[in-house]
Design a protein around this ligand. Sequence first.
Ligand code: CA
Length: 444
Amino acid sequence: MSYQINETHDPNLRSWVESANDPNTDFPIQNLPYGIFKRSDSEEDFRIGVAIGDQILDLEKCDKANLLPGVAGSAVRLNFPGNINRLMWLGQHAWATLRQRLSWLLREDRADIQLNKKLVRKILLPAAEAEVAVPANIGDYTDFYASVYHATNIGKMFRPDNPLMPNYKWVPIGYHGRASSIVVSGTPVRRPIGQTKDDNAEAPTFGPSKVLDYELEVGFFVGGGNDQGKPIKITEAEDHIFGLCLVNDWSARDIQRWEYQPLGPFLSKSFATTISPWIVTMEALAPFRAPAFKRPAGDPEPLPYLDSPENRERGGFDINLEVLISTEQMREKGIAPHRLSRSNTQDLYWTFAQMLTHHTSNGCNLRPGDLMASGTVSGATKDSRGCLIELTERGAEPINLPTGEVRRFLQDGDEGILRGYCEREGFRRIGFGECRGVVLPVSV
Ligand code: CA
């Protein structure tokens, strides 16, 4: 069952948190994304919070102040410090109840809270004074390959005559990623060392990757899981999705090229994956749903287990994505980050529901807090390619930056910045915040 539009999506709702009413904020009262946070440089435990404007609402303190009665309060109390897996486990009824309560709590007409300055100081922390962390205890991480444009562009580089593998339009392709190296936005990422082999070389060498790339992706967190041996039907898939975040699947192309056959990516990807700290819930995204990808004439229809009328009509999402770069020189000179590309999740050939259903179709069990990512979100046009290997045609067409610097791939000191937001006539714009990471040189 997917969410209906309700009073929490009302574009006229305003919050007593003034910054949430700024038309440019990613976090208006209509969004209410979850994460974990603590006061910077403190010994506090990370605890559950909601991003609202430039503030974080402390749900534990709200509960202690008796502002979250019933199910809403227990959804908060059940969580262990350091992650929100229990909230993910509780399921749609609890998620919807908590959202409704938080929306009401933050409304402008709650003068009782607004005027109680002591209470406000207790339950709000400026985001600038907070440290965030990976919000869930991520047991397993799977990365899909759902953009047919990305798969075709990459395939062309290796197999010009036959870019798409024959299974692509039948099977949502994915690989099992590494959960232990997932980091939150803002964490520096060290350039990996690995085995690479030049085409003309006799033997591989071992050293720093020279071809480091980012991948612009959207991820979803699994809410309620499934028992082993009990696949999740496509009609129930979305009941098992808690919410979405941005994902940067850092990729060392030279390591990948040498290792990827026959079993797919391994050490070229597992050194780091960066995610945005705030999970935008499925309910917050209800106004921004879209039909599943329109398959061109001649493409096969999905097999019945991956098909449903609801998935066809509104299995997709209209999320605008962009990726920017900021080099060390740009930061020194005070030059704003430079946008490299823009794309949209409507370009994904497979929906998240199809990915989740396919993942469990063999009986594989998913657990609350598992992360699944879309794969690089690239569109049909050149300016919508979601990674550097596609944008620069494997380095043949370098990118000129405003400083006069040139990039084929990422250099040490470069920061990759992903952003995402949803806009639709008649609704309030909501965003995902940022997913950033600076590349550090290899450790010596
Ligand atoms: Ca990827």
